[in-house]
Design a protein around this ligand. Structure first.
Ligand code: 3AM
Length: 192
């Protein structure tokens, strides 16, 4: 069986997608021409990037996710402010953060730990929950980087918005020249 490219993520509720759309529109007004914006339907809260995934492992991944999610009750997450990785002076990824949410961190860490024996090594970096709005080109110069930093600081703030997380989804990711295509393969529900 061939490999696919996959990741585990939380799908976003329409009111949050709406705010992200408005935020991207506001940021675009700053003419950040070195940034490739993510289409809103492609924005998710990524919990674990699996990368190359033998299709034969998908039933085992599903089993692990079912075992985990049946031990969690649905919970609320709330979007926070706009920011950039690694920082505003060197913005590579422009994002909207998720407010400190211990249950989300626990869910992510449990997935990380329990999926590892299936051959998906643990991430070295600490989990920093975020929604990627855009990616800055490697070739961006200092002026372009400064414009992005300024836009993030000056962009209008958005109202508080939360959503209930009640499932996690395994996505297949197809990289195409025209952009990534993400297809949900299955979801498992938080049912504790
Ligand atoms: O939406 P974000 O950015 O959080 O950045 C990629 C995206 O998450 C991430 O997986 C999600 C779906 O593509 N991703 C892609 N390649 C990655 C890698 N090599 C990666 N995360 C970690 N390591």
């Amino acid at each position: 069986m061939p490999n696919i490219r996959s990741f585990i993520a939380i799908e976003l509720a329409p009111p949050i997608q709406q705010i992200l759309e408005e935020t991207i529109t506001a940021l675009k007004k700053f003419d950040l021409n070195s940034v490739r914006w993510v289409p809103v339907h492609n924005i998710h809260l990524t919990l674990k990037f699996l990368g190359d995934t033998p299709e034969a492992k998908i039933p085992a991944i599903k089993q692990v996710l079912q075992t985990i999610t049946q031990n969690y009750s649905p919970f609320e997450i709330e979007i926070a402010t706009i920011g950039a990785f690694p920082n505003l002076r060197h913005p590579r990824v422009v994002w909207v953060g998720i407010k400190n949410q211990p249950i989300l961190t626990s869910l992510q860490s449990t997935i990380e730990t329990m999926i590892c024996p299936l051959g998906f090594p643990k991430e070295e970096r600490a989990f920093s929950p975020h929604l990627t709005l855009g990616r800055n080109k490697e070739t961006a110069d200092t002026i372009q980087n400064q414009r992005i930093g300024h836009a993030i600081t000056a962009a209008p703030s958005f109202p508080p918005q939360s959503m209930i997380v009640d499932k996690v989804t395994l996505f297949k990711s197809d990289l195409r020249p025209s952009g990534s295509i993400y297809t949900p393969l299955f979801s498992t529900s938080l049912i504790k």
